[in-house]
Design a protein around this ligand. Structure first.
Ligand SMILES: Cc1cc2nc3c(=O)[nH]c(=O)nc-3n(C[C@H](O)[C@H](O)[C@H](O)COP(=O)(O)OP(=O)(O)OC[C@H]3O[C@@H](n4cnc5c(N)ncnc54)[C@H](O)[C@@H]3O)c2cc1C
Length: 382
């Protein structure tokens, strides 16, 4: 079915981005996967061409568009398997925190270089001891005169090696009860003394993404870098995590489409018992079922996108889309790999990495179990 969530302007933007991605992203993907990191020059080029922060206000250098422009960039990157360029983290997750809760000075200082791709943004929530239970973070930011003194460890941080500015979740009041009321968000520049980058972690998938440890050792952050108000951090996170989950559903669906397209092409040319494996009813039924599920999932994601852009409360629907699309992606990549036979297990066939890349989708941005907890709560269960 024709997707009707995008306007003609959106589609023009998509066509333009496709040309850019073919020229400046696709040729670099293999190298990024090998290096375990992307390069700053590509981020800068993305910024220069208007692909970072396309929905940020024009006064800070953004495109002044809606979230659908971000979604287009995410879809096109996911379809090309350019998973290392996490514009979702930079543009769609971190920038909105600054744009929504930043002071005018904070916005003027950090949004323009981020939109130009000169300053890369990341967010530090997860710690070695806590991920899902965010209220239990142990990183502390204790006020001392005009600064906060930050101490603690974060892990699994995307863009952890390349990042220049991080939104850090920390306790400014460790004794607050309930615990989440002591959480605040701080904007921390990587150049601050006491900000220490740890290991770039070895992963199963998303090879080009520099997921890292980050440590704060008596890191003195100006009090002016507090984002929003003290003690409001948890509330801010809950509000913005919704968009993060939509990002995953959008890219997950695009990844499903690509894996399916490539598998359809493969089964048409691979022969067994004197005929293309596409001729076996098992192949046909498997692919027909997967295509049905992708189309149904896409319809829900598009409806969700439209509702999100209208500003509706889509907490439940974002959680539904996040767990369902990523569950589908895991199932779809496993079944497509199976249809490739032994070649599906070989890294020279993209489906092998698709299968590995899919594994994380049900884990980050809130695990799929946490998505179901959110849905069940809204249903009045527990
Ligand atoms: C590649 C990658 C990139 C990431 N990028 C970032 C980033 O940029 N910034 C950042 O802050 N974090 C990032 N993360 C961390 C990610 O958000 C966490 O891994 C995730 O939130 C889960 O936390 P955890 O790993 O501590 O798992 P845990 O919370 O320990 O969960 C372990 C298991 O227990 C289950 N579980 C936990 N609580 C419940 C419950 N109440 N009910 C039922 N089941 C439950 C979980 O669903 C899971 O299956 C990234 C992770 C990865 C792998």
């Amino acid at each position: 079915m024709r997707r009707d969530v995008f306007s003609e302007e959106h589609e023009m933007f998509r066509a333009q981005f496709r040309r850019f991605a073919e020229r400046e992203i696709e040729p670099k993907i293999a190298r990024w996967n090998k290096d375990g990191i992307t390069d700053r020059e590509t981020w800068r080029r993305l910024g220069e061409e208007g692909y970072l922060g396309p929905c940020m206000p024009e006064e800070y250098g953004g495109g002044g568009g809606d979230f659908l422009y971000d979604a287009i960039v995410m879809e096109e990157l996911a379809w090309r398997r350019a998973h290392g360029i996490m514009t979702a983290v930079h543009s769609s997750i971190c920038m909105p925190y600054i744009n929504t809760w930043g002071t005018e000075e904070q916005k003027r200082r950090w949004l323009p270089p981020a939109i130009r791709g000169e300053a890369l943004l990341g967010i530090c929530m997860t710690e070695p001891g806590t991920g899902s239970d965010l209220a239990n973070v142990q990183t502390r930011a204790i006020r001392d005169g005009d600064s906060y003194v930050l101490n603690g460890s974060k892990t699994f941080i995307s863009i952890g090696q390349l990042g220049d500015l991080f939104i850090v979740v920390a306790k400014t009041d460790p004794s607050a009860r309930p615990a989440h009321s002591g959480i605040s968000l701080l904007l921390v520049e990587a150049s601050t003394p006491g900000f220490v980058r740890g290991r770039k972690l070895e992963k199963l998938g998303l090879l080009a993404q520099d997921t890292s440890e980050i440590f704060f050792q008596d890191c003195r952050v100006p009090a002016a870098n507090l984002l929003g108000r003290e003690g409001q951090g948890f509330k801010m996170l809950m509000e913005k995590l919704q968009q993060e989950r939509i990002c995953i559903a959008v890219s997950s669906t695009a990844s499903c489409r690509r894996a399916l397209e490539d598998t359809i092409a493969y089964v048409k040319q691979r022969k067994a018992f004197g005929q293309p494996i596409a001729a076996f009813q098992n192949t046909q039924f498997t692919l027909a079922e997967l295509m049905t599920q992708v189309e149904i999932g896409q319809a829900f994601v598009d409806r969700l996108l439209a509702a999100h852009v209208r500003g509706e409360d889509v907490v439940v629907e974002a959680s539904m889309a996040k767990w369902w699309t990523t569950d589908l992606q895991k199932k779809l990549t496993a079944e497509c790999l199976q249809l490739h036979g032994g070649y599906g297990f070989m890294l020279e066939y993209p489906i092998a990495m698709d299968y590995a890349d899919a594994a994380v989708q049900s884990i980050y941005a809130g695990t799929n179990e946490i998505m179901k907890v959110i849905i069940a709560r809204r249903m009045g269960l527990g």
